[in-house]
Design a protein around this ligand. Structure first.
Ligand SMILES: [Zn+2]
Length: 446
């Protein structure tokens, strides 16, 4: 539940098999730039609606340019991921890889490890050109300040983790398909749920591979004391030793914060770009937003929705994969879904489904994010002088720091945005004042 939209990281739970591992880890590669605050020249003020999020003209031109590039790369990346797997099916490359793995060892599990590790490496190499183009532009627009060597190092580390975590899971799933050829999707669904829970639990533990982090209290004792006033109002159980400062500024200029983990790994992580660039009041608002995700149980709710969604997605994908193998299997070098090449057909059908369902999972995500925005604004009521002003200022700083487009097309927002646009968030905050005339908010009694 990150505070901002991450450009190419559209986490779709249905993407589990095809892309979860890279996505979980790519959270570390969130794109992105900085923002000295003031001087807002109204950006393209359309006739009626108020523009609560504005950019000075030079930044506006840049924001429009880089948003277009991000959107194109995002869609191209999804389509390319599907086309690429299909190309390797059509040229019988996956079937060739399967034969090669069989020649390497007589043991099935070693063959499987070789096959799926190679599968993941090939997939990462296929993504590399688009990732590189994306990074090139993020650097050019001043969003990324990471050196190429360090960037490549992160790509390598992400791939290593993807293989370490992904290959055994794919091996397990493939085994389930062989063991229960008819109802295997049900078995895969059953094991997916604890795996998702475990990944959520361990995800924060991988962060130090990519960023240095320290206790937030170490250099921001005053801020932590202020955050405690919000903690008291919200009643959440995030003690100061679960608040971390992430040294993200060596790689990005953009502002961000997130909550991650469950149980013993639950934590709040504030990027140093946020504490460096935002006044404390706005950091409190960001913290209030993140607290909202916990208080409103967005992680378990997201889990429950994924569980229900995946049940149908797996069932449909299984049927689709059977149909594809029957229709084209002979040409692709496989006649059995339980073969490793057949399993790639299953992954192929899931990647198509996850692409088509991206708007659905993004709509759910936007709803949660909006709720957290409301919660955040209510959480700082009575603590900062003017919650509306604070929230609007925070969204402006956030949007400017990443060069967010002030007026994305509704279709792009519908399909690709896992957070409402900066404009929608700022506009809502500007008008949200439930305390006027003695009223109270949605989540707090005062
Ligand atoms: Zn959020």
């Amino acid at each position: 539940m990150r505070f901002r939209r991450t450009a190419r990281v559209a986490v779709c739970s249905a993407a589990f098999l095809a892309g979860l591992f890279p996505q979980v880890l790519a959270a570390q590669n969130a794109t992105t730039q900085e923002a000295p605050a003031p001087v807002a020249v109204a950006a393209q003020a359309p006739s009626s609606s108020v523009q609560a999020y504005t950019l000075p003209p030079d930044k506006l031109a840049k924001a429009i340019a880089i948003s277009r590039i991000r959107n194109i790369l995002n869609i191209a990346g999804s389509v390319w991921g599907i086309v690429f797997v299909w190309l390797l099916l059509a040229t019988r490359a996956w079937a060739g890889l399967e034969r090669w793995a069989q020649e390497i060892s007589g043991r099935r599990w070693i063959q499987g490890v070789v096959f799926f590790a190679t599968y993941l490496i090939i997939g990462a190499l296929a993504d590399l050109p688009l990732d590189w183009i994306g990074e090139h532009y993020e650097r050019r627009f001043g969003i990324s300040v990471q050196g190429w060597g360090s960037w490549l190092g992160d790509v390598g580390k992400t791939l290593g983790l993807t293989i370490l975590i992904g290959a055994p899971i794919l091996l397990l799933f493939n085994w389930i398909v062989r063991r229960w050829p008819r109802r295997y999707w049900l078995g895969i669904w059953v094991v997916t749920l604890p795996i998702l829970a475990i990944l959520t639990f361990v995800e924060p533990l991988f962060v130090p591979l990519f960023f240095k982090q320290e206790p937030l209290a170490k250099n921001h004792a005053v801020l932590v004391a202020k955050l405690e006033t919000v903690v008291v109002r919200t009643g959440i159980d995030i003690p100061p030793d679960r608040m971390y400062l992430l040294k993200a500024g060596v790689k990005y200029t953009g502002i961000n914060a997130f909550v991650a983990g469950i149980g013993a790994t639950k934590r709040l992580v504030m990027w140093d770009t946020a504490t460096d660039q935002l006044p404390d009041d706005e950091v409190l608002f960001v913290f209030g937003h993140e607290s909202g995700h916990y208080v409103l149980h967005h992680i378990p709710k997201g889990f429950a929705l994924s569980a229900v969604g995946l049940f149908f997605v797996y069932a449909a994908c299984a049927a689709f994969a059977v149909w594809m193998v029957r229709r084209s299997g002979a040409r692709w070098g496989t006649t059995e879904l339980s073969s490793r090449t057949g399993f790639v057909v299953l992954l192929f059908s899931i990647s198509i489904a996850s692409f088509l369902l991206e708007p659905v999972s993004n709509a759910v995500s936007r709803h949660f994010e909006h709720q957290a925005d409301v919660y955040g604004q209510e959480a700082i009521h009575g603590i900062v002088p003017d919650p509306q002003k604070t929230a609007v200022a925070a969204f402006n700083a956030l949007g400017r720091s990443w060069l967010d487009d002030p007026n994305p097309s509704p279709f792009i927002e519908f399909w690709l945005y896992d957070h409402p646009s900066a404009q929608h968030r700022a506009n809502f905050a500007l008008h949200y004042d439930p305390w006027a005339n003695g009223g109270h908010g949605e989540f707090f009694k005062n």
